[in-house]
Design a protein around this ligand. Structure first.
Ligand code: CS2
Length: 483
């Protein structure tokens, strides 16, 4: 007897978009512009979830407003799967935007085509050199800022110059401080290695590398989002994502085409002379808290950020960390409101943001997210307890097994080496802390010999090892009550 299978859903693509059936069951916002008339003006490197729910939607707004220049060529750096499934969907994908006020769906139309740098580097070079290209945006993560990226970009810029095209705005959108300056240096160093002074001068004078701060919480896509998308849209979408309503993009007023400042500002981008106060607030408050939450969650065994901030002791810890350690050092005004908004964003139950996702690459994130706060607090003689505890939690996390006895993978380029160090001194907090603070890629060299800092990390690691993170959090709360 044959089983009657339900008819397979069709896939999101330009035909299903055109036939008017999309989202019949729910409110879904669709591109209203003629995608065939769009110009590929942006090359984006790093086709992850973040770009597709952030810059790509800003470009979509510009396209909705009738400015056809913001179509995107999306470049995946290595992995082929997403780039190919998005290509099969004509670049269309849906984003669920959800928070306490409700949820809605939006289909983005800005992604025109995709390619994979590792598989077809020449396509990327051609796109960078194309006459219509005006912008390059990047989300290649902290570990992406190395030689392969420099080579790819400079190959493209050299081809562009050889073809006598105009300069570009090249905007890093990664969570690095001075991300534009870092990227510019990477490109200029690579051009210098090629001993081509004309290319160096061309990059210096024709290309703009604005520093920028981007913010939107976008967890890695899951099967759940694909199933929800199928229900909301009535078609299958292999690129479906979920995000929050909040987004922010603050960028310095340094563009190859100065008129872009007003164009971006009109759709909600904040254009400023100095991004530093915004970048500091975001990296130290949001990302700094995220990393602390992620490591505590991984060790205690709760799965997502919203699960964590629902626990009063965890919420209090993050609240106190931001209020006492981070906020006094910030220049962005409105610290209290920023903190409260962040706690509400962390609590968003629709996001299911996995702690192990955020804990990945911690050895690269911690120097950017905790390092400056720690340095400045120590220099000012201020308290450092929350970060000493968080650091001890990181060292405990490196054991690779949580407080329930569950083992987990440590996804970090230095993970194997760090885990080996963490396990070298079983039950010897002093030995562990000394060895791990001596890893100078993660900590300033002088921190490894700062007695006050070291003794506090040892204290918290001893507490955690003798008892657990909960006990340490309770002791810290009592300690801070008294001060
Ligand atoms: C997170 C960020 O994964 C992480 O490390 O801290 O991706 C964070 O969600 C974004 O920076 C929010 O803008």
């Amino acid at each position: 007897m044959s089983t009657l299978m339900p008819p397979a859903l069709s896939v999101l693509n330009r035909h299903t978009l055109a036939d008017g059936r999309l989202g019949a069951a729910a409110a879904v916002e669709l591109p209203t512009y003629d995608r065939a008339a769009l110009v590929p003006g942006v090359v984006h490197l790093g086709l992850g979830a973040f770009h597709r729910a952030h810059q790509a939607l800003v470009f979509d707004r510009l396209l909705q407003g009738g400015d056809r220049r913001w179509g995107v060529v999306g470049v995946a750096m290595r992995s082929t799967e997403l780039a190919d499934s998005l290509a099969a969907q004509d670049g269309l994908y849906a984003v669920q935007i959800a928070d306490q006020d409700g949820a809605r769906w939006q289909v983005s139309g800005s992604l025109l085509r995709t390619c994979v740098a590792g598989r077809e580097p020449q396509s990327v070079v051609d796109a960078l050199a194309a006459a219509t290209t005006r912008w390059v945006t990047l989300t290649v993560t902290e570990k992406g800022y190395g030689e392969p990226l420099a080579k790819l970009l400079v190959d493209g810029l050299a081809a562009r110059r050889a073809a006598a095209q105009g300069g570009l705005t090249i905007a890093s959108c990664d969570n690095l401080s001075h991300n534009g300056l870092k990227l510019q240096k990477l490109c200029l160093d690579e051009a210098a290695r090629r001993s081509d002074p004309f290319l160096t001068a061309w990059i210096e004078t024709r290309c703009a590398f604005p520093n920028s701060m981007v913010d939107r919480i976008v967890p890695a896509a899951t099967q759940q989002q694909r199933s929800d998308a199928a229900v909301a849209l009535g078609v299958q979408d292999h690129g479906a994502l979920a995000t929050e309503a909040f987004w922010e993009w603050v960028i310095e007023r340094r563009f190859a085409d100065p008129a872009d400042a007003d164009v971006l500002a009109a759709v909600g981008v904040t254009v400023v002379d100095d991004v530093k106060p915004f970048e500091d607030a975001k990296l130290r408050m949001l990302n700094g808290s995220h990393t602390a939450l992620a490591l505590i969650g991984a060790v205690q065994g709760w799965p997502t950020v919203s699960d964590g901030v629902a626990i009063p002791a965890i919420r209090d810890f993050v609240h106190r960390y931001m209020t006492r350690m981070v906020m006094p050092l910030l220049k962005r005004p409105g610290g209290g409101a920023y903190r409260d908004a962040l706690l509400a964003r962390f609590a968003n139950p629709a996001l299911r943001h996995r702690v192990h996702q955020i804990a990945s690459d911690s050895s690269l994130k911690i120097p950017l997210r905790w390092g400056p706060t720690l340095r400045e607090s120590l220099a000012a003689g201020q308290g450092v307890e929350p970060l000493a505890l968080a650091t001890a939690v990181w060292f405990r996390y490196l054991q690779g097994v949580d407080e329930q006895g569950q083992t987990y993978e440590i996804a970090d380029p230095r993970g194997v080496a760090l885990q080996e160090i963490a396990k070298r001194h079983p039950n010897d907090a002093v030995g562990t802390v000394q060895a791990l603070l001596a890893v100078t890629e993660a900590w300033d060299a002088d921190l490894a010999i700062d007695e006050r800092w070291m003794s506090r990390v040892v204290h918290w690691l001893e507490r955690i090892q003798a008892s657990n993170v909960d006990t340490a959090l309770a002791e810290l709360a009592a300690l801070e009550e008294r001060t």
